[in-house]
Design a protein around this ligand. Structure first.
Ligand code: ZN
Ligand code: ZN
Length: 259
């Protein structure tokens, strides 16, 4: 069994739970942009507690992904993986023995879950995103990237479930009150994926085993859930289900089905 659940998604704070295994579960928390109280309450909605988290992987140093990682990891003794670049860029916070570095293409073995981080183009020091596998199923987490290089598409080619950034609608971003430099940064090659870019990736993956795409990291000012969902549905043509992770509510559990 392999499944994921967004606990909150977007610039206000990201955290995604990945769970693998049978009777003995392995749980990885991808990113820790939610404070302890909020994280506890979102976990409680899934019937879980911080003690149920086996490991954390922080994708990059931006606050919406890393803000509470050190405090929560050290308080609860949770092992943390991140790139050396992310750790250096975040001020080399002290995790004691809990911190391990991970790198592009180097698999992490968490017992019943194998995690493969891979590099993405984003305006951070050494940003990574990831695929997880339980040996039979595969899922991907892909947010915070300005465009989709061919290598990233290849990493995701065998995923049944994908949490995918749909940051902005280009039209709404253009009309937004953001200053020009910020609009250029967001839409740039190392910024965030638009609905159209996410849809193009979904279209490229639909010939594979893809079953469900969860739109994530939506901008509150430059996107709307129905626009992101519409773009993905059109690209997938009924091949896979589509849902949207809410900034506050996150998502339901989405399980990878079949072999
Ligand atoms: Zn982010
Ligand atoms: Zn970021």
């Amino acid at each position: 069994m392999l499944r994921l659940r967004s606990l909150g998604s977007g610039s206000t704070g990201n955290a995604t739970l990945v769970e693998a295994g049978g009777l003995r579960k392995r749980r990885l928390l991808v990113d820790c942009g939610l404070g302890p109280k909020v994280l506890q309450s979102r976990l409680a909605r899934a019937g879980l507690d911080l003690a149920d988290i086996d490991a954390m992987l922080i994708t990059h140093e931006h606050q919406d992904h890393m803000a509470h990682a050190q405090r929560i990891a050290t308080r609860h003794g949770i092992p943390v993986w991140m790139s050396e670049g992310s750790w250096r860029a975040s001020g080399e916070a002290d995790y004691g023995k809990l911190l391990s570095f991970c790198a592009d293409g180097q698999a992490i073995d968490l017992g019943d879950m194998q995690v493969t981080p891979f590099a993405v183009p984003h305006d951070a020091r050494e940003p990574l995103q990831l695929c997880c596998s339980d040996g039979r199923h595969r899922l991907g987490v892909l947010t915070d990237l300005g465009h989709v290089p061919a290598e990233v598409t290849q990493h995701l080619a065998h995923c049944q479930v994908l949490l995918l950034e749909c940051n902005h609608d280009l039209g709404l971003l253009g009309q937004s009150a953001y200053p020009q430099f910020l609009k250029r940064r967001i839409a740039g090659d190392r910024g965030h994926l638009s609905n159209d870019q996410a849809a193009a990736l979904a279209a490229a993956l639909k010939t594979g085993p893809l079953q469900h795409v969860v739109a994530a990291h939506l901008s509150r000012t430059s996107n709307r859930p129905e626009l992101a969902a519409q773009a993905l549905r059109k690209a997938l043509g009924g091949k896979a289900d589509v849902s949207v992770a809410d900034a506050i509510e996150g998502s339901a559990w989405i399980e990878a089905q079949g072999a």
